[in-house]
Design a protein around this ligand. Structure first.
Ligand SMILES: [Zn+2]
Length: 55
Protein backbone atom coordinates (compact mmCIF):
# COMPACT_ATOMS: atom_id res chain seq x y z
CA UNK A 1 0.00 0.00 0.00
CA UNK A 2 1.43 3.35 -0.99
CA UNK A 3 0.13 6.62 0.43
CA UNK A 4 -1.55 9.11 -1.87
CA UNK A 5 0.97 11.70 -2.95
CA UNK A 6 0.52 15.08 -4.54
CA UNK A 7 2.64 16.93 -7.09
CA UNK A 8 4.93 19.46 -5.46
CA UNK A 9 4.53 21.78 -8.44
CA UNK A 10 0.81 21.82 -9.34
CA UNK A 11 -0.82 19.89 -6.46
CA UNK A 12 -2.46 17.28 -8.66
CA UNK A 13 -2.70 13.72 -7.37
CA UNK A 14 0.23 11.58 -8.52
CA UNK A 15 -0.65 8.35 -10.31
CA UNK A 16 1.40 5.14 -10.14
CA UNK A 17 2.92 4.11 -13.47
CA UNK A 18 5.48 1.51 -14.49
CA UNK A 19 8.47 2.96 -16.31
CA UNK A 20 9.06 0.48 -19.15
CA UNK A 21 12.72 1.39 -19.56
CA UNK A 22 13.78 0.75 -15.97
CA UNK A 23 10.79 -1.44 -14.87
CA UNK A 24 10.38 0.65 -11.74
CA UNK A 25 7.22 1.98 -10.15
CA UNK A 26 6.97 5.73 -10.51
CA UNK A 27 4.48 8.25 -9.19
CA UNK A 28 3.65 10.53 -12.11
CA UNK A 29 1.69 13.79 -12.32
CA UNK A 30 -0.81 13.71 -15.23
CA UNK A 31 -0.78 17.48 -15.49
CA UNK A 32 2.87 18.57 -15.60
CA UNK A 33 4.50 15.09 -16.00
CA UNK A 34 6.53 15.45 -12.84
CA UNK A 35 7.56 11.96 -11.67
CA UNK A 36 9.35 10.42 -8.74
CA UNK A 37 10.47 6.93 -7.74
CA UNK A 38 7.69 5.29 -5.70
CA UNK A 39 9.79 2.32 -4.58
CA UNK A 40 12.41 4.58 -3.06
CA UNK A 41 9.65 6.21 -0.98
CA UNK A 42 8.44 2.81 0.24
CA UNK A 43 11.93 1.85 1.32
CA UNK A 44 12.15 4.96 3.49
CA UNK A 45 8.82 4.08 5.16
CA UNK A 46 10.00 0.55 5.92
CA UNK A 47 13.27 1.73 7.45
CA UNK A 48 11.32 4.09 9.74
CA UNK A 49 9.08 1.23 10.89
CA UNK A 50 12.05 -0.98 11.64
CA UNK A 51 13.76 1.70 13.70
CA UNK A 52 10.58 2.14 15.78
CA UNK A 53 10.25 -1.59 16.51
CA UNK A 54 13.87 -2.01 17.56
CA UNK A 55 13.51 0.45 20.46
ZN1 LIG B 1 2.22 18.40 -11.50
Amino acid sequence: MSPIKFCATCRNMLRPIIDDASERLLMCCPSCFYSEDAQQENRQVFSKEFSCESK
